[in-house]
Design a protein around this ligand. Structure first.
Ligand code: C5P
Ligand code: C5P
Ligand code: ZN
Length: 453
């Protein structure tokens, strides 16, 4: 069986029902997954409701079971809770890419087909496979790619690979997507160019990142001019000006002693949504995914979902307002880690943000910090949450080659202190009881140690 025939099997099962309850994750991948299945169901006349959850634990599952839905479709979550889903006798389809635990009949997951769930296909991607098995839905490829980019699936290779690549080609053929090599810095559609440098965290540009003056100075020195009072956006620049900036950035990074692998991350494939208006967040997959995170991670998944479903009016404006807040919070979070630093154990480093970073974005902050903290061990982050502590972790591909699997390590360490967790080899998370933090760290440190050894 291939992942495609499994997707068809899930689609055929869905078609036997007249209504469905969709449960999805509160991030860009979860929102796009829900929108993809929602649109596909709508087009074949199956009624649906959508609910977003922070994590699928037994409390959330019990609430879902109470709905007595004819069919539950889990997207971008569920693979870590297969046994519990079975125990509750839920009539369910699980469309997810997290490392699985247990078995279930209608479970579509790349790991079951030897594919890598952190780079080859996202939750939105597997859900797209089901959607295209339900009907002629290849126009939804753009949303699938926004989800994959939101999960940073293009970062390892500087471009999308595997199933993601096939979805991308689908989208290009259908005329909804375009891809090309370009500068990877964030904000090319919407921000004045100096902001791209000022907010660059990967790579972190020493002396420039974080400073508006230094960013402007850098551009002036290489002869990039303002138009009157205004700085242009990346998309407004002439090709030669873009070239100039890229080579100046390469030179700058190399001469500040950055390893070549970090410097290379300046350039990569970028994904454009051709149906969207130029100069808006939703034109670029990366900016789109950040816009979505700015909604769902702040209890406003409904707004992000409406944007995915096509609202470019009220919901789009509300999302843009939330985005400003989200950006501010990310900058503050990164600065906090810079100031307080990380605490080193033998096989990991960690920081505890207490109540200063929201639990729903502490993982994004931890990911952005990997560019300036030590690379020889993964980073673990803690944030206070109702009734416990949220844990987030991020590794890198050098450590994974040595055996690191954060999803397994975090899941085992969390379970042994009465929490739950999971995820991917490169990124994982958990919820644990507050008093268990130091015990959890001790177990995690030793688990990671034995993986890398
Ligand atoms: O829950 P979900 O699978 O959607 O999230 C995946 C997470 O893995 C994202 O937060 C993403 O930032 C992280 N990731 C990463 N580096 C990669 C791939 C994924 O930090 N190369
Ligand atoms: O929350 P964070 O961004 O750190 O999550 C990293 C990865 O771990 C994501 O793929 C997320 O879905 C997963 N995760 C999980 N179980 C949790 C928390 C996070 O599977 N309790
Ligand atoms: Zn995902």
């Amino acid at each position: 069986m291939t992942i495609y025939s499994k997707a068809q099997e899930c689609a055929d099962f869905i078609k036997k029902h007249s209504s469905a309850f969709v449960v999805s994750h509160i991030d860009a991948d979860g929102l796009t997954s829900a929108a993809i299945i929602g649109k596909a169901l709508e087009r074949i006349g199956i009624d649906y409701d959508i609910r977003f959850v922070k994590q699928l634990d037994s409390t959330a599952l019990a609430g879902i079971a109470d709905n007595n839905a004819e069919l539950v479709i889990f997207t971008d979550l569920g693979s870590g809770m297969l046994d519990a889903i079975k125990t509750l006798k839920l009539n369910a389809v699980i469309s997810d890419h997290h490392q699985p635990r247990g078995v279930h009949e209608y479970h579509l997951n790349p790991h079951l087909f030897g594919l890598h769930g952190a780079t080859e296909v996202s939750g939105s991607g597997v859900t797209y496979l089901i959607a295209t098995s339900l009907g002629n839905n290849s126009d939804l490829a753009d949303l699938a790619i926004v989800g994959a980019v939101g999960d940073l699936q293009h970062m390892k290779n500087g471009q999308l690979i595997g199933i993601n690549r096939q979805i991308l080609e689908d989208g290009a053929k259908t005329g909804v997507l375009h891809y090309e090599k370009d500068l990877l810095l964030f904000g090319k559609q919407t921000r004045p160019i100096f902001k791209l440098l000022q907010y660059s965290s990967d790579p972190y540009l020493p002396g420039i990142s974080g400073s508006e003056d230094a960013s402007i100075e850098f551009l002036k020195k290489i002869g990039i001019r303002q138009h009157g009072e205004k700085w242009r956006r990346w998309i407004d620049l002439e090709p030669v000006e873009k070239q100039q900036i890229v080579s100046a950035l390469f030179q700058f990074c190399l001469s500040s002693g950055m390893p070549a692998t970090s410097v290379q991350r300046l350039i990569g494939e970028v994904y454009t949504l051709l149906r969207e208006r130029e100069g808006t967040e939703v034109r670029d997959a990366s900016e789109y995914s950040t816009l979505l995170n700015a909604t769902a991670r702040y209890d406003h998944a409904d707004i992000g979902l409406a944007v995915c479903m096509g609202d470019r009016g009220k919901s789009y404006d509300e999302a843009s307002t939330l985005l400003n807040e989200h950006r501010k919070n990310l900058v503050e979070g990164i600065n906090l880690v810079k100031e307080q630093g990380t605490i080193r154990m033998e096989h990991l480093q960690y920081f505890d943000s207490g109540n200063k970073i929201r639990e729903t974005i502490v993982g994004i902050v931890a990911g952005m910090c990997t560019s300036f903290v030590r690379h020889d061990v993964p980073i673990i982050a803690f944030a206070d949450t109702d009734g416990g502590v949220k844990v987030s972790s991020r590794g890198n591909y050098d450590l994974i080659r040595k055996g690191l699997n954060l999803g397994n390590a975090i899941s085992e360490a969390a379970r042994s202190v009465g929490g739950t967790g999971g995820g991917h080899d490169i990124a994982a998370g958990a919820f644990i009881p507050r008093e268990a933090k130091s015990e959890f760290l001790k177990i995690l440190d030793s688990r990671i140690g034995s993986q890398i050894r």
